[in-house]
Design a protein around this ligand. Structure first.
Ligand SMILES: Nc1ncnc2c1ncn2[C@@H]1O[C@H](COP(=O)(O)OP(=O)(O)OP(=O)(O)O)[C@@H](O)[C@H]1O
Ligand SMILES: N[C@@H](CCO)C(=O)O
Length: 331
């Protein structure tokens, strides 16, 4: 359950008094997610009910980055992408403070995220990802990826330093990730301009729980709080990891092919981007194995949040390191 911060009735009432969104008629915490505290707000104005999401930013989000995230969401929504639109208060600001945390209200999106991914989801997903990349071209502020390759070794060292040894599998995992980093980091492609790959604004966490579907089509993308300026094909690599492996760790090449076809229906990949897929996928698996491992070790006992298994991403990493070329991904 991801509600880290409780909100008192009086402070909520005074917070909402700064908006013109009507009278509060329902309010509840949302159990899903691990990063931030999310609440569903229903208001009524002139007899019309509207739903909103209230987010209190916790954990990994650097408050200094919030204007960039909210600006990106506003930009993408204005470009026609279905993503949450930040709602401004009476003073024109979307970013405020509630219960001692940075907070914002965004519009509610309809749809359901897929609990079980099928190949039919992957084409529309790929298309939506490419639409995000295209819509992001005209958002010029840059945010370097704080969880990119330069962060991986320090994250691993921090996990190793804080590991108490109460979980037998952790030391082996740390050793395996360290050896994998020795292979991935020297092979990492540069950004365009340094003879590298095309870069732009990427979502960087487009897992199934961040993609809503209605009638077989993508109805909305949420959770832009890892978004950053990085290699576009790295975003595809993140999706290949998050959408194209079954629960038992088997890679589903049909899902991968559909994802890439859907993507290319909007934006064609260059040959260099295709060739880089194995290392980009290995890097993406590394990033999620590392943050999961860190959380595994550092989540306090009794925290109302379900820890995610780092091993699932170590297994994916093994697959990518063994992939001879982009053909392994069906392209
Ligand atoms: N704009 C929105 N419209 C509808 N539902 C939303 C919206 N934003 C968030 N939600 C709901 O809140 C849940 C958690 O949101 P979100 O994924 O942003 O949280 P998080 O803690 O940042 O999660 P994550 O662990 O994926 O990083 C979603 O699964 C969804 O049910
Ligand atoms: N999507 C991430 C959690 C939120 O960043 C994971 O599954 O590890």
């Amino acid at each position: 359950m991801a509600v880290y911060t409780e909100i008192e009735d009086e402070e909520l009432a005074s917070f909402l008094a700064d908006y013109d969104i009507g009278r509060l008629v329902a309010f509840r915490g949302i159990a899903e997610g691990v990063e931030n505290s999310n609440f569903l707000l229903r208001t009524e104005k002139a007899g019309q009910a509207s739903d909103f999401i209230l987010t209190l930013y916790e954990k990994r989000v650097n408050p200094a980055d919030l204007p960039w995230f909210l600006g990106l969401m506003r930009h993408l929504a204005t470009e026609g992408l279905s993503c949450p639109l930040p709602v401004t208060g009476n003073d024109g600001e979307a970013l405020r403070t509630l219960a001692g945390r940075p907070a914002a209200i965004t519009t509610f999106l309809s749809g359901v995220w897929p609990r079980h991914v099928h190949a039919e989801h992957c084409g529309p997903l790929g298309k939506a990802l490419a639409q995000l990349h295209v819509a992001g071209r005209s958002y010029t502020p840059q945010r370097p990826n704080s969880l990119g390759p330069t962060a991986w070794r320090p994250l691993l060292e921090e996990a190793a330093a804080t590991s108490s040894g109460d979980n037998d599998s952790v030391p082996g995992m740390i050793g395996e990730l360290s050896s994998a980093l020795d292979r991935i980091l020297p092979a990492w492609p540069g950004l365009k301009g340094e003879a590298g790959l095309p870069a732009g604004q990427i979502h960087a966490d487009l897992f199934p729980d961040n993609v809503f579907f209605l009638d077989g089509q993508v109805s909305g993308l949420i959770d832009f709080y890892f978004a950053c300026s990085d290699l576009l094909a790295y975003d595809i690599a993140i999706c290949l990891n998050a959408w194209c492996f079954s629960d038992d760790g088997t890679f589903n090449v049909t899902c991968a092919r559909r994802l890439i076809e859907g993507y290319e229906s909007v934006r064609a990949l260059s040959e260099a981007e295709r060739e880089a897929l194995p290392v980009l996928c290995a890097g993406a698996a590394m990033r999620f194995a590392l943050t999961r491992l860190y959380d595994w070790i550092n989540t306090p006992p009794g925290a109302m949040v379900t820890r995610k298994d780092p091993m699932a991403y170590v297994r994916r990493l093994r697959f990518h390191l063994a992939a001879p070329n982009a053909g392994a991904y069906g392209v």
